[in-house]
Ligand binder design. Structure first.
Ligand code: ATP
Ligand code: MG
Length: 393
């Protein structure tokens, strides 16, 4: 049986928008190529209809806080690349720099010393509206609230403010209609600024390096999330993102396994070590635009797609053990897109011939460089999920 198709008008009606709006989405490449109807008129499939409904029903944005009190773990890289990748998928994105180092601001090509107003002013000046602080970036679809060194003094200045944990949320709420996703880049501490970012968010991405102290850092963060829940009634969906993963190192693979066991359903597909992630911001571009075919570009692209999936689909994917997911991705990229993930698959048996150049990680290269790794060799059998220390989130 042929699957249902839709005319332009039907699609517009489904999404609750004018036909011209659908054509605009199409022109921007957000819907993919339409088919052709019996009389040559454009015809659209179910996925395009779904997408239009999603685009038409924009409401409260997903608010994603990129946080870890440990420095240099890839927070800014993640916030920057994710913002760009989400915009490439047609999302209207606001990226907020909350770190006095202002690395996110610099990544967008702004000089923090030249800016009049930044997130520091937004947090400390009661009458200041976010519109006065927001900048258009060189990346289409991405706006930014920049940061600067003044953020270092914010902590003491908001000490006596009533509801000081919710200043950011209150300030940004009127903007919610305008954005589909807001991404916060946090400083490497659990200051009140970080708490403000957390209360303004509904999801958290915690980048971590695969090192032995990472698990301790997550435990500290978990206590903070717990505290927010108890004291402020603020609940967060928590994702953990292994970054700079080098699977040639046994320790990294072991830690990935330990994380997957300790935090079932929360460990995102890792970002591997890739020097292109260091080179791209120097060009004031995210890796997805500077080096789109590289491994980290594909990985961040997948992360962006994952984060905007409906909850059920995210759960379905995350219910699979990390090693199985890794195997599925590797197979998809090797042209087996028809593979149906099976939670009972033992990745250790199916992914045994791969080698890896984690450093260069050029996804356009044939073979395992695209996604390949050695982890499957040491991966535990995918025997289903265990309850772990983080399962309460
Ligand atoms: N996957 C990766 N592979 C290689 N280098 C990376 C990767 N991710 C980030 N880096 C590099 O690691 C360094 C630290 O990254 P980043 O600035 O994103 O961390 P951060 O957590 O924001 O640091 P801080 O806590 O100081 O704000 C940067 O030089 C960045 O380019
Ligand atoms: Mg940073």
């Amino acid at each position: 049986m042929a699957s249902k198709t839709y005319t332009l008008d039907e699609l517009a009606a489904l999404a609750g928008v004018a036909s011209a709006q659908v054509l605009e989405w199409e022109a921007k490449g957000w819907l993919g190529e339409p088919g052709s109807g019996a009389g040559g008129e454009p015809s659209y499939g179910f996925e395009q209809a779904e997408r239009c409904v999603e685009l038409g029903g924009r409401g409260i944005p997903r608010r994603i806080c990129v946080v870890n009190q440990k420095g240099g773990v890839g927070k800014t890289t993640t916030a920057f690349t994710l913002a760009a990748a989400l915009a490439d998928m047609g999302r209207r994105v606001l990226a907020v720099d909350l770190d006095a180092q202002a690395n996110l601001t610099t990544s967008f090509g702004f000089d923090p010393d030249e800016l009049d107003l930044t997130s520091a002013d937004l947090l400390t000046e009661e009458g200041l509206l976010p519109e006065e602080v927001i900048l258009e970036t060189g990346l289409e679809g991405v706006h930014a609230i920049p940061g600067d060194i003044k953020l270092a003094g914010v902590e003491t200045r908001i000490q006596d403010v009533l509801m000081r944990e919710r200043i950011l949320q209150t300030k940004l709420e009127p903007l919610f209609e305008r954005y589909d996703v807001i991404v916060f880049d946090c400083p490497p501490n659990l200051s009140r600024i970080t708490i403000n970012a957390l209360t303004a968010s509904n999801e958290v991405v915690v980048p971590i390096e695969t090192q032995s102290y990472s698990i301790k850092a997550i435990s500290d963060l978990t206590s903070t999330f717990q505290l927010l829940k108890e004291k402020l009634g603020h609940e967060l969906k928590v994702w953990i993102l292994p970054t700079k993963v080098d699977r040639r190192m046994k320790l990294a693979v072991d830690i990935l396994d330990a994380l997957d066991e300790g935090f079932p359903g929360q460990i995102l597909d890792p970002i591997h070590i890739d020097s292109n992630l260091i080179r791209a911001p120097i060009l004031c571009l995210p890796v997805t635009r500077a080096f789109p075919k590289t491994r980290s570009s594909l990985e961040y692209g997948r992360l962006a797609r994952f984060l905007v999936l409906p909850d059920e689909e995210r759960t379905q994917w995350m219910d699979l053990p990390l090693a199985t997911r890794h195997d599925v991705i590797a197979r998809m990229e090797q042209g087996h897109a028809d593979l149906v993930p099976d939670a009972g698959t033992n990745a250790a048996e199916t992914n045994d011939a791969e080698t890896n150049d984690a450093e260069t990680g050029d996804a356009s290269a044939p073979g395992p460089n695209a996604t390949g790794d050695a982890s499957a060799k040491t991966a535990k059998p995918a025997s289903g999920r265990r309850k772990g220390i983080a399962s309460k989130h």
